[in-house]
Design a protein around this ligand. Structure first.
Ligand SMILES: O=C(O)c1[nH]c(=O)[nH]c(=O)c1I
Length: 312
């Protein structure tokens, strides 16, 4: 049973990888992903300069997932661009993802110009959905800003690029965001980012769980899977077929991977659970997905991608 998948003309021997932000901030993390059975890696979302991020405690684990308000801590674009270019020289046949999350249009354009001029030939994931930079609304929830950003980007950027989107909660919003995205030569769309600005309370101490923003942060893990599947399916039904979908959110087991692919995902990313389990996760998920595929008689993931049934 094959878990290979193709996006933007690049073939990945495994349809599973990490989600940006989790165990991908420094060279050691990324080397571990390279050494793992993950089909690719994505780097921690970069800003032009190194950032310390929000004050701790800024991440808290829950039985049903996690809450975080990291605040975009990262080593700066140069660090990650150097890493992916060095890796590309060593492994020219591998395709990976460089995530960028400027806190302004100018920063995003400056970073993409730098990447465009570089020898990097891999994918860029433009993060339009960081919920945790105080005072900075998520671009993904302002449709005019999404249009403006993509207009400006595709004036000059010619390498394969996708966007990381926040979860939407209204079918009209699926219609609106898909109508915008379908106008651009996007290689992929990654859905979903964490469910932003949730609140976790500790009833013992009667206090919030994390320090930044009065305790408000993005939720990941098991509890977000129904929202993640809805967004993957909602976009799969609306986006032009050349825009592939990366499914992220609520993946703990092989069955969750299967469900994301059934809803239309070509690749899946794992965040919260990868944070807990580390790279052995990818071996476990592949084994579990293969078991499901064998039971159902599928030999590759193309046979069931997007084949979710409805009652009608
Ligand atoms: O707080 C973060 O660093 C963060 N946290 C998230 O849950 N999603 C994001 O895109 C980011 I950039």
């Amino acid at each position: 049973t094959s878990l290979t998948t193709t996006i933007g003309g690049r073939t990945f021997d495994n349809c599973m990888m990490n989600a940006a932000g989790v165990r991908c901030q420094n060279k050691q993390d990324l080397d571990a992903l390279v050494a793992s059975s993950a089909g690719a890696y994505v780097t921690k979302s970069a800003t032009p300069q190194k950032r310390a991020g929000n004050p701790s405690p800024r991440m808290h684990t829950l039985p049903k997932g996690s809450i975080n308000s990291m605040g975009l801590p990262n080593n700066g674009l140069d660090y990650y661009l150097d890493y992916v270019i060095d890796d590309q020289r060593k492994r020219p046949d591998a395709t990976n993802f460089l995530s960028v999350a400027g806190t302004s249009l100018e920063d995003n354009l400056a970073m993409l110009h730098q990447i465009q001029e570089s020898e990097y030939t891999g994918f860029v994931e433009l993060n339009l959905s960081c919920p945790n930079v105080p005072g900075k609304p998520q671009v993904g929830y302002d449709f005019d800003r999404v249009n403006t950003v993509l207009d400006k980007v595709f004036e000059f950027y010619t390498k394969p690029l996708g966007v990381k989107l926040p979860p939407y909660f209204d079918l009209v919003h699926f219609d609106q965001i898909a109508a915008i995205l379908n106008q651009y030569p996007l290689t992929f769309v990654n859905s979903i980012n964490s469910i932003g600005n949730a609140l976790v309370v500790d009833p013992q101490t009667e206090r919030v769980a994390i320090r930044p923003k009065g305790g408000f942060g993005g939720i990941g893990g098991a509890s977000v899977k129904p929202t993640a599947l809805a967004n993957v399916r909602g976009l799969a039904l609306r986006l032009k077929p050349e825009i592939k979908i990366i499914g992220t959110g609520g993946i703990l087991n092989g069955v969750d991977v299967f469900e994301h692919i059934l809803c239309g995902a070509s690749m899946v990313q794992i965040g919260t659970q990868f944070g807990y389990e580390g790279t052995p996760l990818f071996d476990r998920l592949a084994k579990e997905l293969r078991e499901i595929m064998n039971q159902k008689g599928y030999t590759n993931i193309n046979e069931f991608r997007g084949k979710l049934k409805t009652f009608d």
